[in-house]
Design a protein around this ligand. Structure first.
Ligand code: T5A
Length: 216
């Protein structure tokens, strides 16, 4: 049986990586085999492209070229990591995926929606997430968390506050447009509370459906 594919999306510092790790732990405790991964990156080729994308050296080429490099990274990631895991029955938890391109490059970068969707079809095909968590936090909370790590800001973290406010709204719009796939999570709560909310949704949407019914 094909594994399940869950993605985590949202603004900077919304706690995606933290929740990927907590959900993986919970699933493994139930005996489910899990692969955790991230974008950009998640395969050796895509990790090399991540360095280019986050360093900012691609930015001067413009948003369309940047979108194509994100797509090239995704293609490698899907073919090398995600698809083999799902086919082998493992669950894949991915920190960012297609929705980040739709929002960062499409909505914020004004890249033509037809280009975004064409690249998505070419790279992802039917390897679509079964469930997507949209991690929602006020922009200032995300900033504080990122600043708390004491690392140098990357190409997207360095954008103005207004960019991040629009980003948050765009993710919420996307969740409204695709309610059967996307669940908005209040990510301003403690990591444990956020993890409980996510776990309830995973049980409800994915685990209950896999449990064979006992004939009465
Ligand atoms: N991008 C990506 C595009 O433009 N297009 C694309 O197609 C794709 C795939 C990726 C960048 O690339 C862009 C978007 C991004 O700008 P990244 O380094 O992977 O860059 O950055 P992010 O995905 O934004 O990841 P971050 O690590 O910055 O944030 P996370 O993963 O959301 O947050 P996390 O879990 O690392 O937590 C951040 C800090 O907060 C604490 C953690 O301990 C950590 O210190 N924390 C909490 N504190 C309090 N309460 C909670 N509930 C907390 N949860 C976590």
């Amino acid at each position: 049986m094909r594994g399940r594919f869950i993605t985590f999306e949202g603004g900077e510092g919304s706690g995606k990586s933290t929740q990927v790790a907590l959900l993986a732990e919970r699933l493994r405790m139930r005996g489910i085999e899990v692969v955790t991964t991230r974008e950009p990156g998640g395969s050796p080729g895509a990790e090399a492209m991540r360095l280019l994308l986050l360093s900012g050296v691609v930015k001067p080429l413009g948003p369309t070229a940047e979108t194509m490099i994100f797509a090239a990274a995704r293609d490698d990631h899907v073919q090398t990591t995600i698809l083999p895991a799902l086919t082998g029955g493992e669950w894949v938890l991915c920190d960012r995926f297609i929705d980040s391109t739709r929002i960062y490059q499409g909505v914020l970068g004004n890249v033509d929606r037809r280009i975004i969707r064409a690249l998505e079809r070419a790279t992802v095909g039917d390897v679509m997430p079964d469930l997507t968590f949209i991690m929602d936090v006020p922009v200032e909370v995300g900033f504080e968390r990122v600043a708390g790590r004491g690392q140098v800001k990357d190409r997207f973290e360095s954008e103005e506050t207004d960019f991040h406010v629009q980003l948050r709204e765009a993710f919420l719009d996307l969740a409204r447009d695709e309610p059967e796939r996307c669940i908005v999570v209040d990510a301003s709560q403690t990591p444990e509370r956020v993890a409980s909310r996510i776990w309830l949704a995973v049980v409800d949407r994915l685990i209950k459906q896999r449990t064979p019914r006992v004939a009465s």
